[in-house]
Design a binder for this molecule. Structure first.
Ligand SMILES: Nc1ncnc2c1ncn2[C@@H]1O[C@H](COP(=O)(O)OP(=O)(O)OP(=O)(O)O)[C@@H](O)[C@H]1O
Ligand SMILES: [Mg+2]
Length: 253
């Protein structure tokens, strides 16, 4: 058999919280350099899926393989495996008592054991990349939400991840700040970063994603090229969801 070198491979993934089965057998793969957007209604299991990919949640059953390492293997060095995965959440979770530069240096120092000069150089490079190099000495409270989210992205990138997970990175932002964050994400995608992105930004998904996965009720209803899933969805549930997202005044249930 020819080995298939997926960046992420998920097979028959189930996740229960007590009696509630949130993921009911998820199968999909992301290839290196691909951008896959996950869309779906609230409660459909999108965040849980993403959290299972870096084992912030322990799957109930199934396989999660990231860059050839089976994270669901009992003997895996989970800390080592997680180091290659960057995660950006809706809430930025920056340390309020540290400057922007310190926020981007701390995990490099503590987890990767990089020296101070190297960590600072890499932090500055990544802050420049997300367009806030001049804010190195500011504290998070002095930044807009969009700037804070870009710091969070720089912090993740500074760990040199091979895969980036984004969970609704723009949902907490004022509308006029969303574009700056999406521009950074678009640039990352163009540079070839492998990305798994939960988002409600349909224009971004349509333009940037290689594939769009529509989830509902803990299953993948539709998985295909962005222009097909968003532009010409095959399933009724996808159509209903999209009509609601694209036109929030749409009341047809
Ligand atoms: N730690 C937990 N304990 C119990 N139930 C949970 C837990 N985390 C999530 N759930 C439940 O799992 C279901 C899926 O949640 P999840 O956060 O994955 O949905 P989502 O698709 O990300 O929704 P949203 O769009 O609102 O972020 C929900 O019913 C939620 O209440
Ligand atoms: Mg969520």
């Amino acid at each position: 058999m020819t080995p298939v070198n997926h960046a992420v491979e998920i097979r028959d993934l189930h996740k229960r919280f007590g009696k509630l089965e949130v993921l009911k057998g998820i199968d999909f793969a992301v290839d290196p350099g691909q951008v896959v957007c996950v869309i779906g209604p609230s409660g459909s299991g999108k965040s849980t899926l993403l959290r299972c990919v870096n084992l912030l949640e322990q799957p109930t059953s199934g396989r999660v393989v990231v860059h050839g390492v089976e994270l669901t293997d009992r003997d895996v060095d989970i800390d080592a495996a997680r180091r290659g995965i960057g995660m950006v959440f809706q809430q930025f979770n920056l340390f309020p008592h540290m400057t922007v530069l310190q926020n981007v240096m701390i995990s490099q120092r503590r987890v990767l054991k990089r020296g101070k000069a190297e960590a600072e150089r890499i932090a500055r490079e990544n802050l420049d990349k997300v367009g806030i190099g001049e804010k190195c000495d500011a504290y998070p409270v002095q930044l807009s939400g969009g700037q804070q989210q870009r710091v969070a992205i720089a912090r993740a990138l500074a760990m040199s991840p091979a895969l980036m997970l984004f969970d609704e990175p723009t949902s907490a932002l004022d509308p006029e700040l969303v574009g700056d964050v999406l521009t950074v994400m678009r640039k990352l995608a163009e540079e070839g970063m492998t990305m798994l992105v939960v988002t409600h930004e349909m224009a971004f998904a349509r333009d940037v994603a290689d594939r769009v996965v529509f989830m509902d009720g803990g299953v993948i209803v539709e998985d295909g090229p962005a222009e097909q899933v968003i532009g010409a969805p095959r399933h009724e549930r996808t159509k209903t969801f999209l009509s609601r997202v694209l036109d929030p005044t749409h009341t047809d249930i």
